[in-house]
Design a protein around this ligand. Structure first.
Ligand SMILES: *[C@@H]1O[C@H](CO)[C@@H](O)[C@H](O)[C@H]1NC(C)=O
Ligand SMILES: *[C@@H]1O[C@H](CO)[C@@H](O)[C@H](O)[C@H]1NC(C)=O
Ligand SMILES: *[C@@H]1O[C@H](CO)[C@@H](O)[C@H](O)[C@H]1NC(C)=O
Length: 231
């Protein structure tokens, strides 16, 4: 048997490189369920900002999605396919937020923050930083208590820079709905074809504004997306 160490390294790089043309299916160990309700194990569908209030985790990418999509690099590739990109030149605006997904890890900072790219994955997010638009923070449910690999996203519509990137009125529902609208169906990007289906889940977060940052109410709907690489 020949052990070729750099092959696994290449696989790792492919998973991290958003421009990898053909994603390799990275096997991630998961529980083979869409997600586990964070409320059952001390978690919450609200993340935590430095004000003590939170933003709703209003989209979940199912743990039953293609494994590659659930890795950081694969998710960024998928996000590029649906109009989101890495923040402008890696510039990061604002503090990270943390979430407790009830997976035994307690509160963990966001893994990624992406912005609407206005049609240009390389520099479009710079435009978003000026004029506002949609943006998302990503948290992964992968602790020992719930190793589903599901990605919990806090999606919100932001005002422009002169408003200091505050969330638009109704910005949580609008951000979620625009993200889902832009992601549904079949999307192609750099040789990869994604199929995305959505399902509404209620009962994870009560409707209203209790505990929610800026007092902006939500309708309490969480959208579960299953993202499958079909070719
Ligand atoms: C999140 O990141 C901030 C800034 O880097 C750090 O101060 C804080 O301790 C982190 N929180 C958690 C829960 O890891
Ligand atoms: C930001 O929005 C306000 C209105 O809400 C508008 O007056 C202003 O011109 C906008 N600024 C930019 C940079 O788009
Ligand atoms: C899911 O919920 C959103 C927000 O309430 C709603 O606009 C949409 O029609 C719902 N979709 C389905 C399939 O029920």
């Amino acid at each position: 048997m020949v052990y070729i160490p750099f092959l696994s390294l290449l696989g790792f790089q492919a998973a991290l490189n958003p421009f990898a043309p053909k994603p390799k299916q990275e096997p991630i160990s998961t529980d083979a369920v869409p997600f586990v309700n964070p409320n059952l194990h001390g978690g919450s569908l609200l993340d935590m900002t430095n004000t003590g209030l939170g933003e709703p985790l209003n989209v979940i990418v199912s743990g039953l999605s293609s494994p590659w999509v659930l890795a950081d690099g694969g998710f960024v590739h998928f996000a590029n396919a649906v109009g989101f990109g890495i923040e402008c030149f890696g510039a990061h605006l604002g503090d990270p937020q943390a979430a407790n997904l009830g997976d035994g890890h307690g509160y963990v900072n966001q893994t990624l923050e992406l912005r609407q790219d206005y049609g240009n994955p390389d520099i479009g997010t710079c435009w978003e930083s000026l004029v506002g638009g949609n943006h998302l923070r990503l948290f992964r449910q992968n602790g020992p208590g719930a190793n589903t690999g599901a990605l919990f996203l806090a999606v919100s519509q932001e005002e422009n820079v002169s408003h200091g990137h505050t969330i638009s009125p109704n910005g949580y529902n609008i951000g979620r709905d625009n993200f889902v609208k832009g992601a549904l169906g079949v999307k192609r990007y750099q040789g990869v074809k994604y199929q995305i289906v959505a399902q509404n889940v209620t009962g994870l977060l009560p409707p209203g504004s209790t505990g929610i940052n800026h007092g902006i109410p939500t309708d309490g709907v969480t959208v579960l997306l299953t993202v499958t690489i079909v070719s």
